[in-house]
Design a protein around this ligand. Sequence first.
Ligand code: ATP
Length: 329
Amino acid sequence: MSPSFLANQDPPMPQGTPLTGAPAVATLAGIHVSYGQRTVLQGLDLTLRAGEIFALLGRNGTGKSTLMRLLTGQMAASAGEVRVFGADPCRTAEPRRLMSLVPQEIALYPRLTVRENLEVLGGMMGLRRTDISRRVEEAMILARLEDRRDDLVEHLSGGYKRRANIAAALLTRPRLLLLDEPTVGVDVEARLSLHRTLRDLRDHGTAVLLTTHDLDEARALSDRVGILAAGRLAEEGPIGGILQRIYGERREVVLVLSREPDMKKLDALRRLGFEPTPNPLEWSCWVGGPDIFGALQSSLTRSGIDLHEIRLREPGLEHVLSRVEEGLR
Ligand SMILES: Nc1ncnc2c1ncn2[C@@H]1O[C@H](COP(=O)(O)OP(=O)(O)OP(=O)(O)O)[C@@H](O)[C@H]1O
């Protein structure tokens, strides 16, 4: 169930609706940021639109948090223009009133209940006393926390603490929600619940920007991703299109052997193009497309290789980042 305030806002956008016509919520244009001698962002451009989930991917230290700090007005760029809801968030308070940041750390009072936390935080955020209890209810429903409203935060599981952290950010009904690795260290159920919350918000017009190191999460959740490398978005767009550009029809085949191969089988594996992995039973090779899978399986059987498992593996983030970086050299 969505809280009534969502129902009163923009109607949900059907899935797959092109977002290019949706209003821009934030734009970063030609951004440069240096910390002393160290240049972190150089020529970064990004537009976030209402009703989209944008996942920011990149290695540690590539500038994801810096980009968030630019949007929240916590720091100014060395060069370039930042506009959030049409204004510079460093100079004007209005954009900051329309956005919320969910930090990675849990920013709650452990000895208060979920509801008490949200009431106290709502007061600190300047919500009117008469609005607070309604906003607290809304936020708890959106974050799927109602059944834990009277639990002390210190007694909540990690997943529920994260939901409460997000609920706090929703008290002001933000039109732009920024989340720093929202699902790190939570179990599958909590992750799916957080994803549902973010989709509900997106479907009612909120722009959501999140950082993640998890390509599966970006795949499952985001409308677009941006890959930060060499100080700018080296890739940007729907993840399927980016992977197609990088890999085309190529797929990685992974074999798990039933037992370690003898010399003859080692030769056969190498002849078929397989490379060893750190696990002595696991071998991998890149093939031209999934249709080659059957032929490969027959060749392995003919060579007498005892297979425990054979599968196609989706590329992981590390591999994608390496390919993007190679493309930049
Ligand atoms: N206040 C600062 N002073 C000096 N250097 C900084 C400062 N803040 C960040 N940096 C450096 O700038 C680079 C980018 O930092 P940032 O925190 O934006 O990266 P990140 O992509 O968010 O990293 P992570 O994935 O580890 O969170 C890093 O090398 C970091 O050490």
